[in-house]
Ligand binder design. Structure first.
Ligand code: ADP
Ligand code: MG
Length: 604
């Protein structure tokens, strides 16, 4: 048999290697930002077009490269950062594998411009799919600019696999935030399609966190500071009352590198023991500094997981430190969401015990998540009378002639004045039908109703909007503003109207009729959260995510007392839905118990 094994040509090997390093535009962003930091930059600019699909450019004022280095930097395993294997265990740089530029150049159009401070002329190199197209001397400022255009242009399968611009932008912003949070002393600029998304000035850690997440973050932070022989722990945790329903603002940095660690996360969550409602996630920004020789960074392709020598000790120390700080700052007593909502103060108002400080509220001091639901449990934006008749006819009712004709299903059973619905434990609505009873889950049923209504109004695009008497200005982080901006049209279809976008706020002058003013912030925050968590498939539609998100946020919840009228209108509205049987998230909205089934309960 003849020999069949061949070495792959470099450009093919690079393309394969690229698969590991570069999954999406955000991966390129991470590598380029890290290179700029390793080069000692103090100002870093990130310019994007079309969520990085068209352009990702990083411009730094770091040490630059000589002409030979510029050429070398695109070779595989070409790095200035380590020389021998032992160096791996004493890293002070982000990069060390020497793979990123080679990989990126294999799958994109790349343009490098670079100049060390003390050189007269700089170098410009253009590469497409690992092939050098041109190399020139240029006059340029000190530092490096690397532009990556048309990512995956030669791997259509990868390019087609990219998600919507919103999702890819979100991934990029995540990477950007991680790098920016790890380096408060470096100034960062982020422009997307010529809009400034972030302009982060060099400063201290608190300033950086607030600049990234918006001014309302400032009052939430509890500082953490502990030095021991094996680790220094610094940073902040957010007070428990600001914990999130979804995992979100959770950041660990180890030696200035963002990492993921469910083990360390567990330590922090554990420290919040008793302070968090079930299912809530604390926010934290924790910076661990350990001796470089006690960790192994080279265990994960994107270096976001690392191995610690003293994992157990770190766990214990982290837990103790966070617990101690929470105690010292005397934050919030135990929060219990399950108690009688009617007697409760909104959880924002809870806070310090007698000696503690009461958390201030920056967004909406009048917001009470329970009050409104008590008073005005269900708000239905549209008149549904016409459609409801068909379902109502299924119920017994003396004055409906239709019902009489519809006797195949139901027959008269009730006196007109008799109550037809009952609420059980503020959770279920029981409704009588001829053949037995229906048990409706009030929250899931209302989700279905709202979901269909929103979907209809968003897709049909008839604005069911109410103008606000006074436009409301809401502050968000720049990343959030960017997200809202990309889904502005859909939000407008849903009934929102916007007045003014700034870098960290949006002014809203109209809202959907089913939304009350006090809920604007929560529903937008929940929506952004849901879009972030969304793992979209090809049929990804913001409409659907939006309708689901709004339905979930605005639906009446378990624990809400419903008047008889409200119960009935819920039942009617549910059964005039196109798909009354399941919630938008696939759960059963009601169950029927037939008379037979009830009889059987007694016969067994
Ligand atoms: P690594 O970062 O693992 O060394 P890269 O492929 O990312 O590998 O970069 C290769 C080399 O190119 C780096 O080691 C560095 O010497 C040089 N380089 C890359 N980006 C820059 C930059 N922005 N400024 C100066 N040098 C850079
Ligand atoms: Mg690198």
């Amino acid at each position: 048999m003849s020999d069949i094994i061949q070495l792959l040509p470099d450009h093919v090997a690079n393309q394969i290697a690229a698969g590991e390093v570069v999954q999406r535009p955000a991966s390129v962003v991470k590598e380029l930002l890290e290179n700029a930091i390793d080069a000692g930059a103090t100002n870093i600019k990130l310019l994007l077009k079309d969520a990085g699909k068209t352009l990702i450019q990083v411009i730094d004022d770091g040490k630059g490269m000589s002409t030979t280095d510029a050429r070398m930097s695109f070779e595989r395993h070409a790095t200035s950062k380590i020389q021998k294997a032992e160096d791996l265990f004493n890293l002070s740089t982000k990069g060390f594998r020497g793979e990123a530029l080679a990989s990126i150049a294999a799958i994109a159009h790349v343009e490098l411009k670079t100049k060390p401070v003390n050189e007269e002329l700089g170098t410009s190199i253009k590469i497409e799919g690992s092939k050098i197209i041109s190399q020139d001397f240029i006059s340029t400022g000190a530092g490096t600019s690397l532009a990556v255009k048309n990512l995956f242009y030669n791997i259509p399968a990868r390019r087609n696999f990219l998600k919507s611009d919103t999702v890819e932008t979100r991934h990029i912003i995540d990477e950007f935030q991680r790098v920016a949070l790890a380096h408060a002393d470096i100034s960062f600029l982020l422009h997307h399609n010529n809009n400034e998304v972030y302009h982060l000035k060099a400063g201290n850690l608190r300033q950086r966190i607030v600049a990234v997440f918006g001014t309302k973050m400032n009052e939430k932070l509890v500082p953490i500071d502990e030095k021991t022989d094996i680790v220094t722990i610094q940073g902040f945790v957010a007070k428990p009352e600001f914990s999130k329903r979804k995992r979100g603002e959770q950041f660990f940095f180890v030696n200035d590198r963002f990492i993921k660690s469910s083990y360390l996360n567990h330590a922090v969550v554990n420290a919040f023991d008793g302070l968090l409602e079930q299912g809530a996630h604390p926010s934290y920004f924790l910076y661990l500094t350990v001796p470089a020789n006690t960790i192994d960074i080279n265990i994960h392709p994107t270096k976001t997981e690392i191995k610690f020598d003293n994992e157990k000790a770190l766990y214990a120390m982290l837990r103790a430190t966070v617990k101690h700080s929470l105690g010292q700052y005397n934050v919030a007593p135990v929060l219990d969401f399950n108690r009688d909502a009617g007697l409760d103060t909104p959880y924002h108002f809870k806070g310090g015990s007698t000696s503690g400080s009461v958390p201030k509220i920056s967004v909406d001091p009048d917001f009470n998540p329970f009050k409104e639901e008590q008073q005005k449990a269900i708000s239905f934006p549209f008149k549904r009378e016409k459609e409801t008749q068909s379902w109502e006819s299924l119920y017994t009712s003396v004055n409906t002639t239709d019902a009489q004709q519809n006797e195949s299903l139901f027959e008269h059973q009730q006196e007109e004045k008799t109550q037809k619905t009952f609420q059980i434990q503020r959770k279920y609505v029981l409704s009588l039908i001829k053949s037995g009873v229906v048990l409706i889950n009030q929250s899931l049923a209302h989700q279905r109703v709202l979901y269909e209504e929103f979907l209809e109004s968003i897709t049909i695009r008839e604005a069911n909007s109410q103008q606000l008497l006074f436009p409301v200005k809401i502050s968000f982080s720049s990343a959030e503003i960017e997200m809202i901006y990309t889904i502005k049209t859909e939000l407008e279809n849903a009934g929102f109207s916007f007045d003014q976008f700034t870098k960290d706020s949006v002014t809203i002058k109209g809202i959907p009729v089913s939304v009350t003013e006090s809920k604007i912030t929560i529903i937008l925050e929940a929506l952004l959260n849901d879009i972030n968590l969304e793992v979209p498939d090809a049929s990804f539609s913001h409409f659907d995510v939006m309708a689901k998100s709004f339905a979930k946020t605005l639906s009446i919840k378990t624990g809400t007392l419903l008047s008889e009228k409200e119960q009935e209108s819920l039942v009617n509205n549910l059964f005039s839905c196109k798909e009354p049987t399941i919630s938008p998230f696939g759960k059963a909205t009601f169950k029927t118990l037939t008379l037979n089934q009830i009889d059987n309960l007694f016969n067994s």
